[in-house]
Design a protein around this ligand. Structure first.
Ligand code: FES
Length: 146
């Protein structure tokens, strides 16, 4: 693991404090990717739960029954659902306004696309992959992912 200096630590620590408060306040639970999905996919949320310009974190289970967080964002062009598992070494990212920040080594992703903004420990963004993006279907007041 690479070392970070005091300044870098303080930047990461202060950026994460509001992120933890925000993600806890918005977290919902219930989806389970291991259970049989509908023809539209696995139910994630009600359409009314998220407005344009918002991002929310949903906690549930992946296909293996492990805990998983999915970040859902509604932009002017549609819905985006991202796997909240950092592509560097698998920590769970935290929502901080419009960015997803990894608490382990500071990688940062766009909440509306999963694109890498900053690699681990300040490395170039080309050093890691973007967050996994799910297919999203919105139908009859519900939001499904697959
Ligand atoms: S696990 Fe290293 S930056 Fe996320």
């Amino acid at each position: 693991m690479s070392r970070i200096n005091r300044r870098r630590f303080l930047v990461i620590a202060t950026s994460l404090l509001p992120a933890f408060m925000l993600s806890k306040a918005q977290a919902s639970t219930g989806f389970n990717l291991a259970k049989a999905a509908t023809s539209n996919g696995t139910l994630l949320a009600k359409s009314s739960a998220i407005k344009v310009g918002q991002s929310q974190v949903y906690t549930g289970k992946d296909a293996s029954g492990r805990s998983l967080e999915i970040v859902l964002s509604r932009t002017k062009t549609g819905l985006v659902a991202l796997n909240g598992t950092c592509t560097h070494q698998g920590c769970t990212v935290a929502l901080n306004k419009t960015k997803l920040v990894c608490p382990c080594h500071g990688s940062t992703f766009e909440a509306t696309s999963g694109a890498v903004v900053l690699g681990p420990s300040g490395a170039p963004k080309s050093s890691i992959k973007p967050l996994y993006k799910y297919k999203v279907v919105e139908k009859s007041g519900n939001i499904y992912i697959s």
